[in-house]
Design a protein around this ligand. Structure first.
Ligand SMILES: C[S@@+](CC[C@H](N)C(=O)[O-])C[C@H]1O[C@@H](n2cnc3c(N)ncnc32)[C@H](O)[C@@H]1O
Length: 283
């Protein structure tokens, strides 16, 4: 990624930070199955020292802080100042004292070798500038045999929560050809792609597990529309390019496409993620 694109991406995340904070209760609830699977996969337990890479508005750091308890600790990291601020404020509101915060990028971690027991990232690895370097960094800072685990989205077709709005908008706006290796929600959706990166970075015992779950919340289509169009930088950018007069037609088309996921006042989308893990080998 050229530095100009990198800055644009970080700027978009900076704008996203206020919306991820605004919707934090829903985000925590909707993506909770991803956190519990990551915790299980990386064998996180009481007393451990855990690194969270790309922690966004605070997950999985906030959940893990309670699991590791007073004898353990969590180091939350994210390169975006707005994300760090909102996550830190939430930890303060919850009175959590075993989380520490550092603003940094995954490919340049400001920690000594073998500082942590485990490193995890929830829905962040797809946005790493240089994934092999980032995974090498994660492996460098964990102790021997320590787990490095990432959860990423599976294919677009299996994730209508993400694709429903985008697919409709793409029919109305010109979509530039996509680079499959550019940072994007579905960059690691292909089986084996992120696992191959862990192998290239010299992780041992690399594994990949598919996780099917439901993204559920007691919200209306109207609330879903607001959530999606605010949370996603890609969607905000696409919407900004549309003529305002097109919006009602687009929103109605999305409502029609999404109708089956809203029943009796509850939203429930099928979803698919991949959990990719490896361990630090002896040096
Ligand atoms: C989809 S959000 C996920 C946030 C959080 N982990 C969650 O699951 O709610 C992606 C996060 O990756 C972060 N990110 C972007 N580029 C990154 C990089 N180079 N290194 C680490 N994190 C990065 C963003 O700032 C954002 O907070």
């Amino acid at each position: 990624m050229i530095p100009e694109e990198q800055n644009r991406a970080l700027h978009a995340w900076q704008t996203s930070a206020r919306y991820w904070d605004k919707h934090r209760v829903l985000i925590e609830q909707m993506f909770a199955p991803l956190t519990s699977s990551l915790v299980e996969e990386a064998r996180i337990g009481a007393g451990q020292e855990v690194l969270d890479i790309g922690g966004g508005s605070g997950e999985p750091s906030l959940t893990i802080s309670c699991i590791v308890g007073p004898t353990g600790s969590v180091m939350y990291t994210d390169p975006v100042a707005g994300m760090v601020e909102t996550a830190q404020a939430e930890a303060g509101r919850r009175g959590l004292t075993n989380i520490h915060f550092r603003q940094c990028s995954a490919d340049d971690l400001p920690f000594a070798d073998r500082t942590f027991d485990v490193a995890v990232g929830r829905l962040s690895a797809m946005f790493f500038v240089d994934p092999v370097t980032a995974v090498r960094e994660a492996l460098r800072v964990v102790r021997e045999d320590g787990y490095v685990s990432f959860v990423v989205w599976g294919p677009k077709g299996a994730n209508p929560f993400l694709s429903t709005v985008t697919d409709v908008i793409d029919q109305f706006a010109e979509v530039p050809p996509e680079d499959p290796d550019a940072p994007d929600a579905f960059r690691f959706a292909a089986p084996g792609k992120l696992a191959g990166i862990l192998e290239n970075a010299d992780a041992k015992n690399v594994s990949e597990r598919q996780l099917k779950f439901q993204i559920k919340a007691a919200i209306s289509f109207e609330q879903f529309w607001q959530l999606r169009t605010e949370m996603s930088g890609t969607l905000r950018e696409k919407m900004a390019r549309l003529a305002p007069a097109q919006l009602p037609t687009i929103k109605q088309a999305v409502a029609d496409a999404a109708r089956r996921y809203f029943v009796s006042g509850t939203m429930s989308f099928p979803a698919e993620a991949l959990i990719v893990s490896g361990r630090k080998s002896a040096v």
